[in-house]
Design a protein around this ligand. Structure first.
Ligand SMILES: Nc1ncnc2c1ncn2[C@@H]1O[C@H](COP(=O)(O)OP(=O)(O)O)[C@@H](O)[C@H]1O
Ligand SMILES: [Mg+2]
Length: 413
């Protein structure tokens, strides 16, 4: 029989008990270090089980602080309790990064309330917004009870299209006859309410819950608990959980980042045919994650930004570090000539260098030169395992020319 390329995997030993358990969309049934937040939210939503209107809430915190996981967990318990108590309570969670216009959020909520005997879905587009809104109210009243509307990543939608949706949803109760509604907004941006109309702000901010970033020890507990279900026993080597937690704690205490590190480390170990995950696998996993995040940033830079980054790299290929804006500009101008483009002014390039600094691709430190004034010292800060020239060449053909051409370097200007 012909050999099959998959055969080798069948006999390969796996380190995972259930890999899904280590992914971020998995909903764990325990959430260590979030008891307080769970208590605050569930105490408020307890009103819904009694048939009253809970306060509207805003949940804030950095990404990976467990906001989505905690809310989904509480809503899950709310539903189960509602069913066992015979109270009509429904929660509807909408991710406003994926569903990112007022129309789509309203129609999504409306369509999730469609009774099985009804056929008429609200169309994906085309109705005036107030018609969608009225249809939503009709359906909510028809079903009755209390609705908990969760708008996850609401900061994203508000930044994109403003706060009309929040205005409309937080005034639902004045239009509803039988049903009742409360709104939970979840935001990764701590300053998100600054964008809101004061009326919306006060209606939505009846109860604020701040999710603090996890510290390294808390992340260890989270990882251990998830690892028990996700990995086989005894496969985690000494210091691995601690290292994953420490690295993620540096990265603003992001549990998602900690889980990714652990999962990818275990994948690396498994691929190498090892029986245990060690700290080296974690380091390799970390540099892969870094590369995965940085690659799209580099490849999607606008052309002029790519040229400026190329100019910094070309200087460095020639052994020049701590270069000044003038040296970058000089190489940039030569590069433009090679690909027959008109160069921008040095002033504009200085702005583009600051952009690259903000994106974490270069560091531009301002240093004082005594009586010669101040100047910048510019260095790339792209990790060694990322081949920025190749990424730029793959994204834009002309960049191949830029990196192939000969340059005249001035050591100082
Ligand atoms: N306390 C916790 N215990 C277990 N897993 C957690 C905990 N907090 C967060 N997670 C996990 O970390 C990942 C990111 O959490 P998430 O709720 O999506 O964060 P946020 O919504 O604040 O960005 C998810 O996979 C989630 O299951
Ligand atoms: Mg979230």
């Amino acid at each position: 029989m012909e050999d099959n390329i998959f055969d080798k995997f069948i006999s390969q030993k796996t380190l995972f008990k259930n890999k899904e358990n280590l992914r971020h969309n998995f909903r764990p049934n325990q959430l260590p270090h979030r008891n307080e937040e769970i208590d605050t939210i569930s105490y408020n939503l307890w009103e819904a089980l009694k048939g009253h209107i809970p306060s509207n809430m805003t949940l804030y915190g950095v990404t990976g602080a467990g906001k989505t996981a905690v809310t989904a967990y509480v809503c899950h318990h709310l539903k189960a309790k509602g069913e066992s108590m015979g109270s009509q309570v429904e929660s509807i969670m909408v991710n406003c990064r994926q569903i990112d216009t007022q129309y789509r959020v309203l129609s999504h909520i409306g369509n999730s309330l469609l009774e099985s005997y009804e056929q008429d879905e609200i169309p994906f587009t085309g109705w005036p917004t107030d018609r969608v809104f009225n249809e939503l109210i009709r359906r909510m009243d028809q079903r009755g009870g209390v609705f908990v509307i969760v708008l996850d990543e609401i900061d994203h939608l508000v930044r994109k299209v403003g706060d009309d949706l929040l205005y409309n949803l937080t005034s639902l109760n004045s239009s509803l006859k039988k049903a009742r509604a409360c709104v939970i907004g979840i935001s990764n941006d701590l300053k998100f309410t600054d964008f809101l109309d004061p009326r919306v702000r006060s209606r939505l901010g009846q109860l604020d819950v701040l999710f603090k970033p996890y510290d390294a020890e808390q992340l260890q507990d989270i990882l251990r608990q998830r690892a028990v279900q996700g990995l086989n026993e005894g496969v985690i080597g000494p210091g691995v959980i601690e290292l994953c937690a420490a690295l993620a704690a540096q990265e603003h205490g992001d549990a998602r980042c900690a889980l990714d590190l652990l999962r990818i480390s275990a994948e690396k170990a498994e691929k190498e045919g090892e029986n245990t995950v060690n700290q080296n696998h974690v380091r390799v996993a970390q540099s892969q994650i870094e590369a995965d995040q940085m690659t799209p940033v580099i490849s999607s830079l606008p052309s002029q930004q790519k040229l400026v980054l190329a100019a910094v790299l070309l200087n460095e290929q020639n052994g020049l570090r701590n270069v000044q804006t003038g040296q970058v500009y000089d190489i940039y101008r030569q590069a433009c000539k090679h690909i027959r483009q008109n160069p921008l002014t040095q002033r504009r390039i200085s702005g583009l260098i600051s952009n690259l600094d903000m994106l974490g691709l270069v560091t531009a430190r301002t240093v004082s030169k005594g009586r010669y004034g101040r100047s910048k010292e510019i260095n790339s800060c792209i990790p060694a395992n990322i081949n920025a020239p190749e990424i730029m060449k793959a994204a834009e053909e002309e960049m191949a020319l830029v990196f192939k051409a000969a340059y005249h370097h001035q050591t100082s200007l």
